[in-house]
Design a protein around this ligand. Structure first.
Ligand code: ADP
Length: 619
């Protein structure tokens, strides 16, 4: 189709308007001219006809030569017709050869009304001819006089007008096309600029700018578009920053988050979810997005929970076991101790009250479950530990009331049982209180610079009585070449070492030797408590640090042990950011090693930081 562009369309439109104007003008001018001419001709014909009528009425028989002369002088054609319509005289043609004129419009009407005009194309002339006929009353032969004149001026005028029109048209077309092209250019050039800039905006280049001064409408449009691009850029930046924030929050959440669509296809997942469900796969090669949920979580109950959320728009929760790629009972069977417990919550993303997507939050509750179990076990253990002395105390008291108090020997026996069991209970409660205070001190431990020698001496002080009781010998050694102090809570370290030595005495034969060695260097202090006692079986070595764990419960209780000694040592090591380890062989003996950072790990890390700062500055 012609006119795809504004330029072509405007050009075409202008030319059409131009042609229409010119031809319309010509048509109107021709019409006006012919109307005026016709009016003139009619007046002229009427005047001449009136004159000739007077003449004919005077000369009863007109002289044809006179009429010819008159016709020639006035450029008229004169025709005389009798009552029957036959031509009696014609100034231009041989009347004898002419047909009957009775039914000629003007003649017939003149006979009826007295006078008439008519106009028609003459058979001999190209121009239209105006006829005027008047009735001649009272003449013997002539009934109607007709005068006529061609509108030949009309054709001449038309020809001149056409000549002028076409030459004028040629000039006008050139002028109009030129002016139109310039005007169109003034509009289309800025439009082209706007189009190009808009295309750059569409391609994402929001920095693109255009300068258009005129026409005003396009300049305004360009300014609005520039303003729009700035706002768009700001909005995109805002959205991008909000998206980044949301993405960072999502990625930093420790719970796994999955977003799935109605077909249960994963739309997005955070790092925790990927780690949990997509562990060893390369993210680039195997993106989690687009994977079906069933490929990630092969658990009917979870898929069902998702479907239900899509159907009822409500939150659903599923707790399941997870091991490797297995879920539920299979995971529990295959994973055994490595099985994790996952809690999955399906939350709908509502659009117009319809769940369009579902967010699955996955929480690893294994640790919580384990801690819950530990808490339960602890309560059970404490109750169990206290039950034995309480039962013994209650039994002894009952026996005394029942009459044993009257027998001095029995009285002493039961009182000593009560005393021993009360002591045992007191030990348990003290140990528990110490443990609980250690847990609270975890972050706010009071430390001082103390000498390792002082620690050893105080430990010896505390254990002397127990050693003497069993005839055991405690040998100490200290290697501290630079005589360095240690930054610790001295009382707790003494407590830990005492626990280790008391154990060493308790689980060794009477009269055996126990070694307490300490080695101090710039970084740490290492205490070793060595005995040649019964030793600890391999499988029990990790568990002895648990609360109330005993290898031989009867022996432990017999020695007045609470089953909490080593767990206190472990806690003391932990609050100092240190470690406790054991090397032991059944029948040969055990060595417990307590390692504590000399300056405390906080001080050390502060020093490292300051060292690195100085290094950086120095380099
Ligand atoms: P207890 O009060 O029973 O000694 P601990 O927590 O101090 O509780 O020790 C836990 C268990 O570890 C003891 O019951 C004992 O079986 C074992 N144990 C601790 N120290 C030694 C050791 N030096 N030699 C052999 N066994 C030990």
């Amino acid at each position: 189709m012609i006119g795809h562009t504004i330029r072509q369309r405007l050009m075409l439109l202008t030319l059409i308007v131009l042609f229409l104007t010119l031809f319309g003008g010509m048509f109107i001018a021709m019409k006006a001219f012919s109307a005026t001419l016709r009016e003139n001709v009619r007046t002229q014909l009427a005047k001449n006809a009136s004159y000739l009528k007077i003449l004919l009425n005077k000369q009863q028989i007109p002289d044809s030569a006179d009429l010819d002369a008159y016709a020639q002088a006035t450029s008229l054609r004169i025709t005389l017709v009798n009552q029957d319509g036959w031509v009696l005289y014609d100034s231009d043609f041989d009347f004898s050869a002419m047909d009957n004129h009775y039914w000629r419009t003007e003649i017939y009407e003149a006979m009826q009304k007295g006078s008439a005009f008519s106009e028609r194309k003459s058979a001999t002339q190209s121009a239209p001819v105006v006829y005027h006929a008047i009735r001649i009353d009272g003449h013997p032969d002539i009934a109607v006089l007709r005068v006529s004149m061609p509108l030949s001026q009309l054709t001449g005028y038309q020809r001149i007008y056409e000549q002028l029109l076409f030459s004028g048209l040629a000039i006008l077309v050139v002028l109009v096309v030129g002016i139109t092209a310039i005007s169109i250019n003034m509009i289309t050039k800025p439009l082209q600029k706007i189009k190009e800039t808009a295309k750059r905006y569409a391609d994402g280049d929001l920095e693109a700018r255009m300068s258009i001064q005129s026409p005003r409408e396009l300049a305004d449009l360009a300014a609005t578009m520039s303003e729009m691009s700035i706002q768009l850029k700001n909005k995109i930046a805002e959205i991008e920053s909000a998206r980044l924030q949301a993405e960072t929050i999502l990625q930093s959440i420790t719970e796994g988050i999955l977003l799935v669509d109605r077909n249960l296809v994963v739309l997005s997942a955070n790092q925790a979810a990927k780690k949990l469900l997509w562990n060893n796969r390369n993210e680039e090669e195997f993106p989690i997005e687009g994977v079906r949920l069933v490929q990630l979580i092969s658990s009917a109950s979870i898929l069902e929970a998702c479907q239900q959320t899509f159907e009822d728009g409500k939150v659903h929760e599923v707790v399941t076991a997870h091991y490797d790629h297995l879920f539920g009972e299979t995971a529990e069977l295959m994973g055994r101790s490595l099985t994790k417990t996952l809690r999955l919550i399906t939350t709908p993303v509502l659009a117009d009250s319809i769940a369009s997507q579902v967010v699955i939050t996955i929480t690893d509750t294994t640790e919580t479950k384990r801690l819950e179990q530990i808490r339960k076990d602890f309560v059970a253990n404490v109750s169990h530990e206290l039950k034995t002395p309480i039962t013994a105390i209650a039994g002894s008291a009952h026996a005394l009331i029942e009459g044993a108090k009257d027998d001095p020997q029995e009285n002493d026996r039961f009182l000593s049982i009560i005393n021993r069991q009360a002591q045992h209970m007191q030990n348990i409660v003290e140990d528990l209180l110490l443990l609980s205070s250690l847990e609270q001190q975890n972050t706010s431990l009071t430390r001082l610079w103390v000498s390792p020698r002082q620690i050893i001496d105080e430990t010896m002080q505390m254990c002397r009585y127990r050693a003497q009781e069993k005839g055991s010998i405690i040998e100490t050694s200290l290697s501290n070449l630079q005589d360095l102090p240690i930054f610790v809570n001295g009382m707790l370290i003494v407590q830990a070492l005492s626990n280790l030595i008391v154990n060493a005495i308790a689980y060794s034969d009477a009269g055996s030797t126990i070694h307490l060695d300490a080695e101090v260097d710039e970084e740490q202090v290492v205490f070793k408590v060595k005995d040649v006692g019964c030793g600890i079986p391999k499988e029990a070595q990790q568990r002895i640090f648990e609360r109330f764990y005993r290898v031989d419960a009867a022996r432990s209780r017999g020695q007045g042990g609470t089953g909490l000694g080593l767990s206190i040592v472990k806690h003391i090591a932990q609050v100092h950011q240190g470690t406790i380890t054991v090397e032991s062989e059944v029948g040969i003996g055990s060595t417990f090693t307590l390692t504590i950072p000399r300056k405390g790990s906080d001080l050390q890390s502060m020093k490292k930081r300051s060292d690195s700062l100085y290094e950086t500055k120095g380099s």
